[in-house]
Design a protein around this ligand. Sequence first.
Ligand SMILES: Cc1cc2nc3c(=O)[nH]c(=O)nc-3n(C[C@H](O)[C@H](O)[C@H](O)COP(=O)(O)OP(=O)(O)OC[C@H]3O[C@@H](n4cnc5c(N)ncnc54)[C@H](O)[C@@H]3O)c2cc1C
Length: 293
Amino acid sequence: MNLWQQYIRPSSVTEALQALTSAPGPACPLAGGTDLMLDLQQGRHAPVHTLVDLTSIPEMTVIEVRADELFIGAAAPLSRIAASTLAGQHAQALVEACSLIAGPQVRSVATLGGNVAHALPAADGTIALLALDAQAEVADLHDRRRVPLADLFVGPGESALNAGRELLVGFYIPLCAAYQASAFKRIMRAQGIALPILNLVVWLERRAGRIANIRIAVGPGGPVPFRASATEKALNGKPLTAEAVSAALDVLLQEARFRTSPQRASAEYRKHIVGGLFKDTLETAWTRAVSDR
Ligand SMILES: Cc1cc2nc3c(=O)[nH]c(=O)nc-3n(C[C@H](O)[C@H](O)[C@H](O)COP(=O)(O)OP(=O)(O)OC[C@H]3O[C@@H](n4cnc5c(N)ncnc54)[C@H](O)[C@@H]3O)c2cc1C
């Protein structure tokens, strides 16, 4: 049996939205297909009549600076983000995440938009975008709007997008200024595919030997991609000492809702190993954000 009846390859966002909304049966956007094709084949996705391929839309594959932000098109393949000098300069944690996702074949077709739209709480690209304070550009047939990344998720595997009517066009990330830096690290089974046991991203600004501003995201730290705001507060204004890291780790263990996932790790194991990952990622971001003194 065919997995779909109609395949459309539009060349603009408007054409794509028209194709989605006017299809004679259920329609769905397709990017790299690395999640969607498996879900369709294995019956985890409702049957689809029309697939709308987003990968030939120039606006959705561009990586460029727009005013004081970096824009990354939602259909840009992960391998291109990983190799982008602009992304390396302004979103190092995202480059590190995109370099580690899957293997080269998957990375050459999988996209950041697909990673976000799938809405998994430990998706590597999504966790990096969250700590980088990204906003998504969402389009429907009538309008475009900016949405803070955290507002895109309602539950595990469930995004707030109106499926078949709305598209992620791309992501805006604030440009990286002096004394700011980010780092992404993860713990993965040696033979692991798809998601990691844990990932963690730190973005910080370092001024006069102290953390002047910090954002931390951890996956999977809850049912939706998780920002560790109480942990951020615990570190803000402090120098990065062993005492500060240890006190902040206590806060992280209180606020993150680590859970047991049958294929990957128990909640207890995640709690046990998160300390090392936390310290390591903090120290890398701190070292990268060379101080002004
Ligand atoms: C072998 C393997 C290893 C993997 N390893 C990892 C890993 O280490 N880390 C990780 O995070 N993920 C991993 N993944 C998951 C997957 O590759 C990523 O989630 C990928 O980024 C999905 O992007 P895609 O372009 O292939 O999405 P698709 O499969 O094309 O789409 C996924 C979903 O998003 C929707 N969608 C896609 N683009 C848009 C858009 N612009 N607007 C609205 N909706 C959209 C689709 O309709 C679909 O529902 C792995 C997958 C495989 C098969």
